[in-house]
Design a protein around this ligand. Structure first.
Ligand code: PHE
Length: 458
Protein backbone atom coordinates (compact mmCIF):
# COMPACT_ATOMS: atom_id res chain seq x y z
CA UNK A 1 0.00 0.00 0.00
CA UNK A 2 1.32 3.37 -0.91
CA UNK A 3 2.19 5.69 1.89
CA UNK A 4 1.07 9.14 1.01
CA UNK A 5 4.09 11.28 1.61
CA UNK A 6 4.69 14.90 2.38
CA UNK A 7 2.49 17.56 3.85
CA UNK A 8 1.16 20.75 2.43
CA UNK A 9 3.74 23.48 2.82
CA UNK A 10 1.17 26.07 3.70
CA UNK A 11 -2.41 26.05 4.88
CA UNK A 12 -3.18 28.06 1.83
CA UNK A 13 -1.84 25.23 -0.30
CA UNK A 14 -4.18 22.77 1.38
CA UNK A 15 -7.17 25.08 1.05
CA UNK A 16 -6.59 25.63 -2.60
CA UNK A 17 -6.12 21.94 -3.30
CA UNK A 18 -9.11 20.79 -1.24
CA UNK A 19 -11.34 23.63 -2.40
CA UNK A 20 -10.02 23.11 -5.93
CA UNK A 21 -11.15 19.50 -5.88
CA UNK A 22 -14.49 20.41 -4.32
CA UNK A 23 -15.37 23.19 -6.74
CA UNK A 24 -15.82 21.51 -10.05
CA UNK A 25 -18.52 20.59 -12.49
CA UNK A 26 -20.63 19.36 -9.59
CA UNK A 27 -20.74 22.86 -8.22
CA UNK A 28 -21.33 24.83 -11.39
CA UNK A 29 -22.87 22.40 -13.84
CA UNK A 30 -24.72 19.93 -11.65
CA UNK A 31 -26.07 22.13 -8.85
CA UNK A 32 -28.11 24.47 -11.08
CA UNK A 33 -29.49 21.59 -13.11
CA UNK A 34 -30.61 19.45 -10.18
CA UNK A 35 -32.02 22.56 -8.50
CA UNK A 36 -34.01 23.28 -11.66
CA UNK A 37 -35.21 19.68 -11.92
CA UNK A 38 -36.29 19.60 -8.31
CA UNK A 39 -38.33 22.75 -8.10
CA UNK A 40 -35.95 25.37 -6.67
CA UNK A 41 -36.01 26.93 -3.20
CA UNK A 42 -37.07 23.97 -1.07
CA UNK A 43 -34.39 21.86 -2.74
CA UNK A 44 -31.75 24.53 -2.10
CA UNK A 45 -32.75 24.60 1.56
CA UNK A 46 -32.46 20.81 1.82
CA UNK A 47 -29.07 20.93 0.12
CA UNK A 48 -27.75 23.55 2.56
CA UNK A 49 -29.14 21.50 5.46
CA UNK A 50 -27.39 18.32 4.28
CA UNK A 51 -24.13 20.11 3.59
CA UNK A 52 -24.05 21.28 7.20
CA UNK A 53 -25.67 18.35 9.03
CA UNK A 54 -24.00 15.55 7.07
CA UNK A 55 -21.34 17.05 4.79
CA UNK A 56 -19.39 18.86 7.50
CA UNK A 57 -19.10 15.98 10.02
CA UNK A 58 -18.23 13.55 7.22
CA UNK A 59 -15.66 15.93 5.76
CA UNK A 60 -14.03 16.17 9.20
CA UNK A 61 -14.09 12.36 9.40
CA UNK A 62 -12.45 11.83 6.02
CA UNK A 63 -9.73 14.41 6.66
CA UNK A 64 -9.14 12.88 10.07
CA UNK A 65 -8.78 9.33 8.74
CA UNK A 66 -6.31 10.53 6.15
CA UNK A 67 -4.22 12.48 8.63
CA UNK A 68 -4.14 9.61 11.13
CA UNK A 69 -3.05 6.88 8.72
CA UNK A 70 -1.57 8.76 5.76
CA UNK A 71 -3.02 6.08 3.53
CA UNK A 72 -5.69 5.84 0.87
CA UNK A 73 -9.23 4.67 1.60
CA UNK A 74 -8.49 0.96 1.20
CA UNK A 75 -5.40 1.28 3.37
CA UNK A 76 -7.45 3.12 6.00
CA UNK A 77 -10.15 0.49 6.05
CA UNK A 78 -7.68 -2.33 6.50
CA UNK A 79 -5.56 -0.49 9.11
CA UNK A 80 -4.32 -3.35 11.30
CA UNK A 81 -4.36 -1.75 14.68
CA UNK A 82 -8.03 -0.91 14.22
CA UNK A 83 -9.50 -3.87 12.38
CA UNK A 84 -7.02 -6.63 13.22
CA UNK A 85 -6.88 -9.43 10.70
CA UNK A 86 -10.44 -8.83 9.50
CA UNK A 87 -10.29 -7.04 6.26
CA UNK A 88 -13.90 -6.89 5.16
CA UNK A 89 -14.19 -3.15 5.79
CA UNK A 90 -12.00 -2.58 2.80
CA UNK A 91 -14.91 -3.48 0.51
CA UNK A 92 -16.27 0.00 1.15
CA UNK A 93 -12.98 1.21 -0.29
CA UNK A 94 -13.40 -0.90 -3.42
CA UNK A 95 -16.91 0.45 -3.82
CA UNK A 96 -15.55 3.98 -3.72
CA UNK A 97 -13.11 3.10 -6.51
CA UNK A 98 -15.92 1.81 -8.71
CA UNK A 99 -17.74 5.04 -7.97
CA UNK A 100 -14.74 7.13 -9.01
CA UNK A 101 -14.50 5.17 -12.23
CA UNK A 102 -18.15 5.60 -13.23
CA UNK A 103 -18.29 9.26 -12.23
CA UNK A 104 -15.08 9.88 -14.16
CA UNK A 105 -16.67 8.40 -17.28
CA UNK A 106 -19.30 11.11 -17.54
CA UNK A 107 -17.29 13.84 -15.82
CA UNK A 108 -14.91 13.38 -18.74
CA UNK A 109 -17.71 13.79 -21.28
CA UNK A 110 -18.98 16.97 -19.60
CA UNK A 111 -15.40 18.29 -19.40
CA UNK A 112 -15.34 17.75 -23.17
CA UNK A 113 -18.43 19.94 -23.45
CA UNK A 114 -16.52 22.66 -21.59
CA UNK A 115 -13.66 22.38 -24.10
CA UNK A 116 -16.19 22.74 -26.91
CA UNK A 117 -17.67 25.88 -25.36
CA UNK A 118 -14.23 27.38 -24.80
CA UNK A 119 -13.59 27.05 -28.52
CA UNK A 120 -17.08 28.34 -29.40
CA UNK A 121 -16.55 31.42 -27.24
CA UNK A 122 -13.52 32.29 -29.37
CA UNK A 123 -15.48 31.74 -32.56
CA UNK A 124 -18.01 34.32 -31.40
CA UNK A 125 -20.85 31.81 -31.47
CA UNK A 126 -22.68 33.26 -28.46
CA UNK A 127 -25.68 35.41 -29.17
CA UNK A 128 -28.27 36.93 -26.86
CA UNK A 129 -31.32 35.23 -28.30
CA UNK A 130 -32.27 31.91 -26.84
CA UNK A 131 -33.01 29.52 -29.70
CA UNK A 132 -29.74 30.34 -31.46
CA UNK A 133 -27.54 30.08 -28.40
CA UNK A 134 -29.24 26.92 -27.26
CA UNK A 135 -28.45 25.38 -30.61
CA UNK A 136 -24.76 25.02 -29.71
CA UNK A 137 -25.41 22.52 -26.95
CA UNK A 138 -28.29 20.83 -28.77
CA UNK A 139 -26.03 20.25 -31.76
CA UNK A 140 -23.28 18.92 -29.58
CA UNK A 141 -25.68 16.59 -27.79
CA UNK A 142 -26.78 15.06 -31.04
CA UNK A 143 -23.19 14.42 -32.16
CA UNK A 144 -22.04 11.56 -30.01
CA UNK A 145 -18.76 11.02 -31.82
CA UNK A 146 -17.78 14.69 -31.29
CA UNK A 147 -18.55 14.41 -27.58
CA UNK A 148 -16.45 11.30 -27.37
CA UNK A 149 -13.61 12.94 -29.28
CA UNK A 150 -13.66 15.91 -26.92
CA UNK A 151 -13.73 13.53 -23.96
CA UNK A 152 -10.65 11.85 -25.45
CA UNK A 153 -8.89 15.21 -25.66
CA UNK A 154 -9.64 15.70 -21.97
CA UNK A 155 -8.27 12.24 -21.17
CA UNK A 156 -5.09 12.85 -23.18
CA UNK A 157 -4.49 16.05 -21.19
CA UNK A 158 -5.18 14.19 -17.93
CA UNK A 159 -2.90 11.26 -18.77
CA UNK A 160 -0.15 13.64 -19.92
CA UNK A 161 -0.25 15.37 -16.56
CA UNK A 162 -0.49 12.19 -14.50
CA UNK A 163 2.35 10.26 -16.15
CA UNK A 164 4.66 13.20 -15.92
CA UNK A 165 3.67 13.55 -12.27
CA UNK A 166 3.14 17.28 -12.73
CA UNK A 167 -0.14 17.54 -10.87
CA UNK A 168 1.62 20.01 -8.59
CA UNK A 169 2.01 22.32 -11.56
CA UNK A 170 -1.66 22.02 -12.41
CA UNK A 171 -2.54 22.68 -8.80
CA UNK A 172 -0.52 25.87 -9.00
CA UNK A 173 -2.26 26.84 -12.23
CA UNK A 174 -5.69 26.17 -10.80
CA UNK A 175 -4.66 28.32 -7.85
CA UNK A 176 -4.60 31.15 -10.34
CA UNK A 177 -7.78 30.18 -12.13
CA UNK A 178 -9.86 29.51 -9.02
CA UNK A 179 -9.78 33.11 -7.80
CA UNK A 180 -10.37 34.24 -11.39
CA UNK A 181 -13.43 32.00 -11.58
CA UNK A 182 -14.71 33.32 -8.27
CA UNK A 183 -14.26 36.97 -9.20
CA UNK A 184 -15.72 36.39 -12.62
CA UNK A 185 -18.75 34.72 -11.11
CA UNK A 186 -19.26 37.59 -8.69
CA UNK A 187 -19.09 40.06 -11.55
CA UNK A 188 -21.42 38.01 -13.75
CA UNK A 189 -23.88 37.58 -10.88
CA UNK A 190 -24.21 41.34 -10.62
CA UNK A 191 -24.88 41.46 -14.33
CA UNK A 192 -27.43 38.66 -14.03
CA UNK A 193 -29.21 40.37 -11.17
CA UNK A 194 -30.04 43.28 -13.47
CA UNK A 195 -31.83 41.04 -15.95
CA UNK A 196 -35.63 41.32 -16.11
CA UNK A 197 -36.15 37.79 -14.80
CA UNK A 198 -33.93 38.30 -11.74
CA UNK A 199 -36.79 38.77 -9.25
CA UNK A 200 -38.55 35.64 -10.34
CA UNK A 201 -35.24 33.77 -10.31
CA UNK A 202 -34.44 34.76 -6.73
CA UNK A 203 -37.91 33.69 -5.66
CA UNK A 204 -37.42 30.39 -7.43
CA UNK A 205 -34.03 29.83 -5.78
CA UNK A 206 -34.58 31.08 -2.28
CA UNK A 207 -38.27 30.88 -1.52
CA UNK A 208 -38.87 27.35 -0.30
CA UNK A 209 -42.07 26.06 -1.77
CA UNK A 210 -42.24 22.50 -0.50
CA UNK A 211 -45.18 21.62 -2.70
CA UNK A 212 -42.87 21.93 -5.71
CA UNK A 213 -40.42 19.33 -4.44
CA UNK A 214 -40.16 16.25 -6.61
CA UNK A 215 -40.52 12.85 -4.88
CA UNK A 216 -36.81 12.19 -5.28
CA UNK A 217 -35.72 15.64 -4.10
CA UNK A 218 -34.56 14.60 -0.63
CA UNK A 219 -32.22 11.88 -1.81
CA UNK A 220 -30.99 14.11 -4.62
CA UNK A 221 -30.15 16.88 -2.19
CA UNK A 222 -28.29 14.40 0.01
CA UNK A 223 -26.32 12.89 -2.88
CA UNK A 224 -25.47 16.25 -4.31
CA UNK A 225 -24.35 17.69 -0.97
CA UNK A 226 -21.86 14.82 -0.57
CA UNK A 227 -20.72 14.85 -4.20
CA UNK A 228 -20.03 18.54 -4.29
CA UNK A 229 -17.79 18.22 -1.21
CA UNK A 230 -15.96 15.32 -2.94
CA UNK A 231 -17.05 12.94 -0.17
CA UNK A 232 -17.50 9.20 -0.59
CA UNK A 233 -14.58 8.82 -3.01
CA UNK A 234 -11.75 8.73 -0.54
CA UNK A 235 -10.58 12.02 -2.07
CA UNK A 236 -10.72 13.99 1.15
CA UNK A 237 -8.97 11.10 2.92
CA UNK A 238 -6.10 11.64 0.53
CA UNK A 239 -6.09 15.39 1.23
CA UNK A 240 -6.21 14.75 4.98
CA UNK A 241 -3.09 12.66 4.68
CA UNK A 242 -1.22 15.73 3.53
CA UNK A 243 -2.45 17.91 6.39
CA UNK A 244 -0.06 18.87 9.16
CA UNK A 245 -0.69 17.70 12.69
CA UNK A 246 -1.12 21.15 14.24
CA UNK A 247 -3.83 22.31 11.90
CA UNK A 248 -7.32 22.33 13.51
CA UNK A 249 -9.55 19.98 11.51
CA UNK A 250 -13.02 21.41 12.18
CA UNK A 251 -12.04 24.92 11.12
CA UNK A 252 -10.38 23.59 8.00
CA UNK A 253 -13.38 21.51 7.03
CA UNK A 254 -15.80 24.35 7.72
CA UNK A 255 -13.80 26.62 5.47
CA UNK A 256 -13.81 24.17 2.56
CA UNK A 257 -17.54 23.59 3.04
CA UNK A 258 -18.33 27.30 3.16
CA UNK A 259 -16.40 28.17 0.00
CA UNK A 260 -17.92 25.30 -1.93
CA UNK A 261 -21.44 26.18 -0.86
CA UNK A 262 -20.95 29.85 -1.69
CA UNK A 263 -19.69 28.85 -5.14
CA UNK A 264 -22.76 26.68 -5.72
CA UNK A 265 -25.15 29.41 -4.68
CA UNK A 266 -23.32 31.93 -6.85
CA UNK A 267 -23.74 29.49 -9.74
CA UNK A 268 -27.50 29.50 -9.12
CA UNK A 269 -27.68 33.28 -8.79
CA UNK A 270 -25.79 33.53 -12.05
CA UNK A 271 -27.83 31.11 -14.09
CA UNK A 272 -31.46 31.39 -13.03
CA UNK A 273 -32.00 35.06 -13.90
CA UNK A 274 -30.92 34.12 -17.44
CA UNK A 275 -33.38 31.22 -17.38
CA UNK A 276 -36.28 33.43 -16.37
CA UNK A 277 -35.35 36.21 -18.79
CA UNK A 278 -34.75 34.17 -21.89
CA UNK A 279 -37.24 31.36 -22.13
CA UNK A 280 -34.78 28.53 -21.46
CA UNK A 281 -36.73 25.98 -19.46
CA UNK A 282 -35.55 25.67 -15.87
CA UNK A 283 -35.67 21.89 -15.94
CA UNK A 284 -33.47 21.55 -19.02
CA UNK A 285 -31.37 18.96 -17.20
CA UNK A 286 -27.65 18.52 -17.86
CA UNK A 287 -27.57 21.12 -20.63
CA UNK A 288 -28.85 23.99 -18.43
CA UNK A 289 -25.50 25.69 -17.80
CA UNK A 290 -24.56 25.38 -21.46
CA UNK A 291 -27.86 26.83 -22.61
CA UNK A 292 -27.83 29.84 -20.32
CA UNK A 293 -24.24 31.07 -20.15
CA UNK A 294 -23.88 31.72 -23.90
CA UNK A 295 -27.04 33.85 -23.79
CA UNK A 296 -25.56 35.88 -20.95
CA UNK A 297 -22.26 36.38 -22.76
CA UNK A 298 -24.05 37.07 -26.02
CA UNK A 299 -25.91 39.92 -24.37
CA UNK A 300 -22.80 41.62 -22.96
CA UNK A 301 -20.34 43.93 -24.60
CA UNK A 302 -17.03 42.08 -24.83
CA UNK A 303 -18.94 39.01 -23.76
CA UNK A 304 -16.82 36.68 -25.79
CA UNK A 305 -13.70 37.58 -23.77
CA UNK A 306 -15.55 36.99 -20.52
CA UNK A 307 -17.08 33.85 -22.01
CA UNK A 308 -13.66 32.57 -22.92
CA UNK A 309 -12.27 33.35 -19.46
CA UNK A 310 -15.28 31.71 -17.82
CA UNK A 311 -15.03 28.47 -19.78
CA UNK A 312 -11.24 28.28 -19.42
CA UNK A 313 -11.55 28.69 -15.64
CA UNK A 314 -14.38 26.18 -15.57
CA UNK A 315 -12.18 23.80 -17.51
CA UNK A 316 -9.43 24.12 -14.92
CA UNK A 317 -11.98 23.45 -12.19
CA UNK A 318 -13.07 20.33 -14.07
CA UNK A 319 -9.47 19.29 -14.71
CA UNK A 320 -8.40 19.57 -11.09
CA UNK A 321 -11.38 17.45 -9.99
CA UNK A 322 -10.65 14.92 -12.76
CA UNK A 323 -7.05 14.65 -11.62
CA UNK A 324 -8.12 13.82 -8.07
CA UNK A 325 -10.49 11.06 -9.20
CA UNK A 326 -8.02 9.75 -11.78
CA UNK A 327 -5.09 9.72 -9.37
CA UNK A 328 -7.12 7.69 -6.86
CA UNK A 329 -7.62 4.97 -9.49
CA UNK A 330 -4.04 5.09 -10.73
CA UNK A 331 -2.73 4.77 -7.16
CA UNK A 332 -4.84 1.64 -6.73
CA UNK A 333 -3.33 -0.02 -9.80
CA UNK A 334 0.18 0.94 -8.73
CA UNK A 335 -0.15 -0.10 -5.08
CA UNK A 336 -2.39 -3.13 -5.29
CA UNK A 337 -1.60 -4.55 -8.69
CA UNK A 338 2.00 -3.34 -9.00
CA UNK A 339 1.49 -1.57 -12.32
CA UNK A 340 3.93 1.10 -13.42
CA UNK A 341 2.54 4.65 -13.29
CA UNK A 342 2.42 4.91 -17.06
CA UNK A 343 0.77 1.54 -17.51
CA UNK A 344 -1.76 2.32 -14.79
CA UNK A 345 -2.63 5.69 -16.33
CA UNK A 346 -3.22 4.12 -19.74
CA UNK A 347 -5.38 1.33 -18.36
CA UNK A 348 -7.53 3.76 -16.35
CA UNK A 349 -7.87 6.18 -19.27
CA UNK A 350 -8.80 3.33 -21.63
CA UNK A 351 -11.46 2.08 -19.24
CA UNK A 352 -12.84 5.57 -18.66
CA UNK A 353 -13.04 6.33 -22.38
CA UNK A 354 -14.72 2.98 -23.02
CA UNK A 355 -17.44 3.70 -20.50
CA UNK A 356 -17.59 7.35 -21.60
CA UNK A 357 -19.07 6.16 -24.89
CA UNK A 358 -22.28 5.36 -23.08
CA UNK A 359 -22.68 8.95 -21.90
CA UNK A 360 -21.33 10.50 -25.09
CA UNK A 361 -23.80 8.65 -27.30
CA UNK A 362 -26.72 8.89 -24.88
CA UNK A 363 -28.43 11.61 -26.93
CA UNK A 364 -27.70 10.16 -30.35
CA UNK A 365 -27.10 6.46 -30.99
CA UNK A 366 -28.44 5.40 -27.62
CA UNK A 367 -31.27 7.94 -27.56
CA UNK A 368 -33.91 5.27 -27.58
CA UNK A 369 -32.74 3.94 -24.23
CA UNK A 370 -34.80 5.84 -21.70
CA UNK A 371 -35.60 5.22 -18.08
CA UNK A 372 -38.82 7.10 -17.57
CA UNK A 373 -37.94 10.65 -18.55
CA UNK A 374 -34.23 10.11 -18.19
CA UNK A 375 -31.50 9.31 -20.67
CA UNK A 376 -28.45 7.21 -19.76
CA UNK A 377 -26.24 10.08 -18.62
CA UNK A 378 -28.91 11.31 -16.19
CA UNK A 379 -29.53 7.79 -14.95
CA UNK A 380 -25.84 7.09 -14.31
CA UNK A 381 -25.48 10.45 -12.64
CA UNK A 382 -28.44 9.85 -10.37
CA UNK A 383 -27.86 6.24 -9.40
CA UNK A 384 -24.22 6.84 -8.63
CA UNK A 385 -24.59 10.12 -6.85
CA UNK A 386 -27.86 9.61 -5.04
CA UNK A 387 -27.37 6.03 -3.93
CA UNK A 388 -23.75 4.95 -4.09
CA UNK A 389 -22.11 7.99 -2.52
CA UNK A 390 -24.36 7.91 0.58
CA UNK A 391 -23.66 4.15 0.91
CA UNK A 392 -19.88 4.68 0.95
CA UNK A 393 -20.38 7.60 3.33
CA UNK A 394 -22.35 5.37 5.65
CA UNK A 395 -19.41 2.93 5.58
CA UNK A 396 -16.96 5.70 6.45
CA UNK A 397 -18.94 7.01 9.42
CA UNK A 398 -19.67 3.52 10.77
CA UNK A 399 -15.98 2.73 10.47
CA UNK A 400 -14.86 5.81 12.31
CA UNK A 401 -17.55 5.42 14.97
CA UNK A 402 -16.96 1.72 15.60
CA UNK A 403 -13.32 1.04 14.80
CA UNK A 404 -11.26 4.11 15.52
CA UNK A 405 -10.31 4.42 19.21
CA UNK A 406 -11.83 7.30 21.12
CA UNK A 407 -8.54 8.79 22.33
CA UNK A 408 -7.11 8.94 18.82
CA UNK A 409 -10.14 10.74 17.48
CA UNK A 410 -10.14 13.15 20.39
CA UNK A 411 -6.45 13.91 19.91
CA UNK A 412 -7.08 14.78 16.26
CA UNK A 413 -10.06 16.96 16.96
CA UNK A 414 -9.66 18.71 20.27
CA UNK A 415 -7.40 21.62 20.92
CA UNK A 416 -6.61 21.32 24.66
CA UNK A 417 -6.53 25.08 25.11
CA UNK A 418 -9.88 25.59 23.51
CA UNK A 419 -13.01 24.77 25.48
CA UNK A 420 -15.26 25.26 22.47
CA UNK A 421 -13.45 22.54 20.56
CA UNK A 422 -14.21 20.06 23.36
CA UNK A 423 -17.91 20.84 23.09
CA UNK A 424 -17.71 20.58 19.34
CA UNK A 425 -16.06 17.21 19.62
CA UNK A 426 -19.08 15.82 21.43
CA UNK A 427 -21.42 17.26 18.81
CA UNK A 428 -19.33 15.79 16.00
CA UNK A 429 -19.21 12.41 17.69
CA UNK A 430 -22.96 12.34 18.19
CA UNK A 431 -23.52 13.29 14.63
CA UNK A 432 -21.33 10.58 13.11
CA UNK A 433 -22.59 7.99 15.54
CA UNK A 434 -26.30 8.75 15.37
CA UNK A 435 -27.45 11.69 13.24
CA UNK A 436 -25.65 10.90 9.96
CA UNK A 437 -26.43 7.14 9.89
CA UNK A 438 -30.02 7.81 10.95
CA UNK A 439 -30.57 10.44 8.27
CA UNK A 440 -28.99 8.37 5.50
CA UNK A 441 -30.81 5.16 6.37
CA UNK A 442 -34.18 6.86 6.80
CA UNK A 443 -33.83 8.74 3.51
CA UNK A 444 -33.08 5.42 1.79
CA UNK A 445 -36.09 3.76 3.38
CA UNK A 446 -38.44 6.60 2.48
CA UNK A 447 -37.14 6.59 -1.08
CA UNK A 448 -37.65 2.85 -1.42
CA UNK A 449 -41.14 3.26 0.07
CA UNK A 450 -42.01 5.97 -2.47
CA UNK A 451 -40.76 3.77 -5.30
CA UNK A 452 -42.78 0.78 -4.14
CA UNK A 453 -45.91 2.93 -3.81
CA UNK A 454 -45.50 4.35 -7.29
CA UNK A 455 -45.04 0.87 -8.74
CA UNK A 456 -48.18 -0.33 -6.96
CA UNK A 457 -50.18 2.69 -8.17
CA UNK A 458 -49.19 2.09 -11.76
N1 PHE B 1 -16.67 17.83 -5.88
C1 PHE B 1 -16.36 17.79 -7.26
C2 PHE B 1 -17.37 18.66 -8.01
O1 PHE B 1 -18.17 19.30 -7.42
C3 PHE B 1 -16.39 16.40 -7.82
C4 PHE B 1 -15.35 15.51 -7.22
C5 PHE B 1 -15.71 14.39 -6.53
C6 PHE B 1 -14.01 15.81 -7.34
C7 PHE B 1 -14.77 13.59 -5.95
C8 PHE B 1 -13.05 15.00 -6.78
C9 PHE B 1 -13.43 13.89 -6.08
O2 PHE B 1 -17.33 18.72 -9.20
Amino acid sequence: MKLLRGTFGTRFGFYMAAVGSAIGLGTLWRFPYVTGNNGGGAFVLLYVFFVTAIGLPVLISELMLGRMTRRNIIGVMSWRSWVGAKRRWRWWGYLSLILSFVVLSYYTVVSGWVIHFTVQSLKGGFVASSPQSEKIIDDLMSRGYLQWLLASVHMVITVGIVIRGVQGGVEKTSRIFMPILFLLMLFLCIHSLFLPGAGEAMRFLFYPNFSKLSPTAVIEALGHALFTLSLGFGAMIAFGSYLKKEVPLPAEAAFVMALDTIASLLGGILIFPVVFSSGVVFDSGPSLLFKTMPILFGSMKGGYILGFLFFVSLYFAALSATLVLFEGLVAFFIDQLKFSRKHAAFVVAGGVLGLAMVSAFSHSLLKAIKFGERGIIELLDQVIINWSIPIVTLGVVLFIAKKVPEDEKRAQFVDAQDYVSQRMYITWQNSIQYVVPFLIVSIFLVQIGIKILSVIRN
